[in-house]
Design a protein around this ligand. Sequence first.
Ligand code: NCD
Length: 307
Amino acid sequence: MQQLSVRHLLGIKDITPQDIQLIFETADQFKEVLSRPIKKVPSLRDVTIANVFFENSTRTRLSFELAEKRLSADVINFSASGSSVKKGETLLDTVNNILAMKVDMIVMRHSSPGAPHFLSRKIKANIVNAGDGTHEHPTQALLDAFSIREKLGDVGGKKIAIIGDITHSRVALSNIFALQKLGAEVAVCGPPTLLPKHIGGLGVKVFWNVREALQWCDVANVLRIQLERQQGKLFPSLREYAMYFGINKKMLDELNKEIVLMHPGPINRGVELTSDAADSHHSIILDQVENGVAIRMAVLYLLAGRA
Ligand code: NCD
């Protein structure tokens, strides 16, 4: 059996293009399982997985939990609010207590970049990073690239523009790594205050004008303004941001070409996307969510084989 080159999924930076292909091929099979009347396989029947979320989440958490249940794993859920973290327990103590209950895998979201990397040096269980601060969100990038492959046949050679708050987004960085590893051309677009200073060093094109970015790309992956992570005022108002960087359906239709519109969610309707754009035929936003379950099943299944 083919194996991943890693025993944890901490970030896309650490995995190979072959790993990504293997995850995609495995996800293809799980997607077929998910279309059956009985959407469940016994693959992880002896595996116990803890979803350890120190930060808010809707899609990612539900998607992981469903993926685990579809694989017949035993699942426990932890969220920092209402836990003993509030009483001053350290991250390592919290996780070691969970592991003492004989847990095999940890899916973790944490506000500190590097938190899952730190844990991976201290514990034996396999770890999946479900978002570490502004750093990486590897399963989101995998499901995004998988959705592009499904829609356009291939990721290699395609032009993808990531539009919005690049500086504060873990989705942006993981997407850049994944798409480049698969041979796509990647651009970022946003106001200069929301683009990291040395972003060009990652080999991406930079646009400050959203219409130019849309002209250039085959796929626009639009991100939310991460107000909760921003310190100080980086743009005058959400209204002004929406005026200069917001995307509406008319702008997409006027391009006179096929364009695929993506968003990892949660959408702030009326800010980065108008409703008529988000709900238009250009959008594959709900396909991304659907594919998330198959991708996470593939990741968990492949990591469980890497004890
Ligand atoms: C993103 C996240 O939490 O990083 N959402 C997600 O996981 N689907 C993006 C965001 O919060 O804007």
